[in-house]
Design a protein around this ligand. Structure first.
Ligand SMILES: *Cc1c(COP(=O)(O)O)cnc(C)c1O
Length: 499
C-alpha cells in the first residue's frame, strides 16, 4: 500500500561507504583524460555515493513505494484525469523503432514515426472536428500559449491591433490567465452564472473591439457542460474575436461533442489526461492544439507533411512564413504521443465514446452517494467530475476540506483536488475516471462516511491526520518557497579517482 507504514528512507548518500560500489563500471582507457583539455578536467572526482547493487535497487524501489500512483490505488484528483494507463501503451512506446530513433534522424529513416504522428493528428482532427492539429506543445499550458499566439498572429495579420484583452471565466484553470498574460494580453475575469455555467450576459457586456479571444473550458472546471455555448460563440464571432476551448476535460465528451463543430477556433488536448499517458509530478505530457480554418496559416512549424506518394517529411525551416514558428525542440514529446496513439487505436471510435459515458456515470454515481455527507453546490447532472464542499461540515465540527484530504491518505486513497475551483468555499473536485470498479468507488464512499462520522465524534482524529504516512502535515509554504532538494556534505574526495 503506497504511503502507509513505510519508514522514511535514508538518502543514497547516507547509505554510501567508500570502496563499496562502482566496480562494475568499465574504466575508460588510460590516456582518456589526457585527450581532454586541461580546463575541462575536474580537480576532484564527482561526489558519487558508493553502494552495492542490491542496496541501490532496494533504495530506489523503496523510494518509489512512497509515491501514490494509479498503479497502487484510487486517485480521484479532479481536473487531472488520473485514469489507468494501459500497459500496452508502455510496450508500444518502448518499441526500439520509436524509442531509439534519434531526434535529428533524416526523414527517410524516420518514416514510421512520422506516419504515426501524422495519423495521430488525423485521429485528433476526427475526434475534435478541427481542421488541423499540431502535436508540438509539451503540455496543456504550452498548448494554450501556442493557441493564443496564433490568435495574436491572426489579428495582427488583419491589421487589427486594438485587441488587447482575453476574457476568461473565474472558474478557469490558472493556466488560462497565465497564458493570456504571457502572450501580452490583459485578462478580463468573468464571474459564473448562479447555475455554475457561463454568464452569457456578463460575457456580452465585456465583449468588444478590444477582445482578442475568450477562453472557455467545456465541460467546465466545475464539471458542468456549458449549455449556452452556441449563443456565446455567436456573440464572440460577431464581435470579431476568436474562441479558444481549453480541452483538458475532453474525457467527458469523446464521441459526443466535437468542439470544431460547436464553433471553436482553437483548442488544446491534454493527451496525458484524456488519452492515458502517465503524468503527475511534472510530466512529461503533450498538449496538441487543433485549429479551425482561420488559424491554419499560423500553425507552429515544422508540420508533418504527407506527399502524394504516401511518404512523409517534416516541413523545412521557412517553408511556411506565416507560421508562428517553433515552440519546442524537435517534433514534441514523441514517447507520450506514441502512448496516446496506442490508446486511441486500441479503443477505436466506439471505445472512446464508452470511455466518456463510463467516466460520466462514475462521477454521477459518486456524487449521488456523497450527497448526504457533503454539500453539493451544483445539483444538476455532472460530467466526468463534480464539486463537493465541506463548508457545512466545517461550521458544525471545525473539520475542513484539508483535514478530510489528509485523513483519506490513511485509507490508502489519494485525496481529490482541494480548494479548487476557487469560486467554491471548502471545495473538493472529485474525478473518479472510467477505469475504477464499483467496489473501489464504494470503498471511497465508505472511507468518506467514516471520516464524516469521526468529524462529529472525534474531530482530532481527522485534524491531526495522516497517522500512517511517513511524514505528517508539511509546511507547504516553506516546501514551495525554500525547497531543500540537495544533500551537501559529500565533496567527491571520498571517491577514489579511477586510474
Ligand atoms: C490540466 C489542465 C490544464 C493544464 O494542462 P497541463 O498539461 O497540466 O499543462 C489547463 N486547463 C485545465 C482545465 C486543466 O485541467
Amino acid at each position: 500500500m503506497s504511503v502507509t507504514g513505510n519508514p522514511l528512507q535514508p538518502t543514497v548518500f547516507e547509505l554510501s561507504h567508500p570502496g563499496r560500489g562502482g566496480g562494475k563500471i568499465p574504466h575508460p582507457p588510460k590516456d582518456a583524460l589526457e585527450r581532454l583539455p586541461a580546463g575541462s578536467r575536474r580537480a576532484a572526482p564527482p561526489a558519487l555515493p558508493e553502494v552495492n547493487e542490491p542496496e541501490l535497487v532496494r533504495h530506489y524501489v523503496n523510494l518509489s513505494q512512497l509515491n501514490h500512483a494509479v498503479d497502487t490505488g484510487f486517485y480521484p484528483l479532479g481536473s487531472c484525469t488520473m485514469k489507468w494507463n494501459p500497459k500496452i501503451n508502455e510496450w508500444a512506446a518502448r518499441l526500439p523503432g520509436f524509442a531509439d530513433l534519434h531526434p535529428l534522424a533524416p526523414d527517410e529513416v524516420a518514416q514510421g514515426t512520422l506516419r504515426l504522428l501524422w495519423e495521430l493528428e488525423q485521429a485528433l482532427r476526427e475526434i475534435s472536428g478541427m481542421e488541423a492539429v499540431t502535436l508540438q506543445p509539451a503540455a496543456g499550458a504550452q498548448g494554450e500559449l501556442t493557441g493564443i499566439l496564433m490568435v495574436r498572429a491572426y489579428h495582427r495579420a488583419r491589421g487589427d491591433t486594438g485587441r488587447t484583452e482575453v476574457l476568461v471565466p473565474d472558474s478557469a484553470h490558472g493556466t488560462n490567465p497565465a497564458t493570456a498574460t504571457m502572450a501580452g494580453f490583459r485578462t478580463v475575469s468573468i464571474p459564473p452564472a448562479a447555475d455554475g455555467g457561463v454568464d452569457v450576459a456578463a460575457f456580452r457586456a465585456a465583449l468588444g473591439p478590444r477582445t482578442a479571444a475568450i477562453m472557455i473550458t467545456n465541460p467546465s472546471t466545475l464539471g458542468l457542460f456549458e449549455t449556452r455555448i452556441g449563443e456565446l460563440l455567436e456573440a464572440v464571432h460577431a464581435a470579431g474575436a476568436l474562441a479558444y476551448m481549453d480541452g483538458a476535460n475532453l474525457n467527458a465528451v469523446l464521441g459526443r461533442v466535437k468542439p470544431g463543430e460547436v464553433g471553436f477556433d482553437v483548442m488544446h488536448f491534454n493527451v496525458h489526461k484524456t488519452f492515458s499517458t502517465p503524468h503527475g509530478g511534472g510530466g512529461p505530457g503533450a498538449g496538441p492544439v487543433g485549429v479551425g480554418e482561420r488559424l491554419l496559416p499560423y500553425l507552429p512549424s515544422p508540420r508533418v507533411l504527407r506527399a502524394a506518394d504516401g511518404s512523409f517529411r517534416l516541413e523545412r525551416p521557412g517553408e511556411r512564413p506565416t507560421s508562428i514558428g517553433r515552440l519546442r525542440s524537435f517534433v514534441g514529446n514523441v514517447g507520450v504521443l506514441v502512448r496516446a496513439y496506442a490508446y486511441i487505436a486500441d479503443h477505436g471510435a466506439e471505445g472512446l465514446r464508452e470511455v466518456s459515458d463510463d467516466a460520466v456515470l462514475a462521477a454521477n454515481y459518486l456524487k449521488a452517494r456523497l450527497a448526504g455527507l457533503l454539500d453539493i453546490p451544483y445539483e444538476r447532472a455532472c460530467m466526468h467530475e463534480f464539486v463537493a464542499s465541506a463548508a457545512s461540515l466545517k461550521r458544525a465540527t471545525g473539520v475542513r476540506t484539508l483535514d478530510i484530504a489528509k485523513r483519506l491518505i490513511d485509507f490508502g486513497f489519494h485525496p481529490p483536488t482541494v480548494y479548487f475551483p476557487l469560486t467554491v468555499e471548502e471545495a473538493m473536485l472529485i474525478e473518479p475516471t472510467e477505469t475504477e470498479s464499483l467496489e473501489t468507488l464504494d470503498a471511497f464512499v465508505a472511507a468518506m462516511e467514516r471520516i464524516v462520522a469521526e468529524a462529529h465524534d472525534d474531530p482530532a482524529m481527522v485534524t491531526s491526520a495522516p497517522h500512517t504516512a511517513p511524514v505528517r502535515r508539511l509546511d507547504e509554504a516553506s516546501a514551495a518557497r525554500q525547497p531543500n532538494l540537495r544533500w551537501r556534505p559529500m565533496t567527491g574526495r571520498e571517491t577514489p579517482c579511477p586510474d
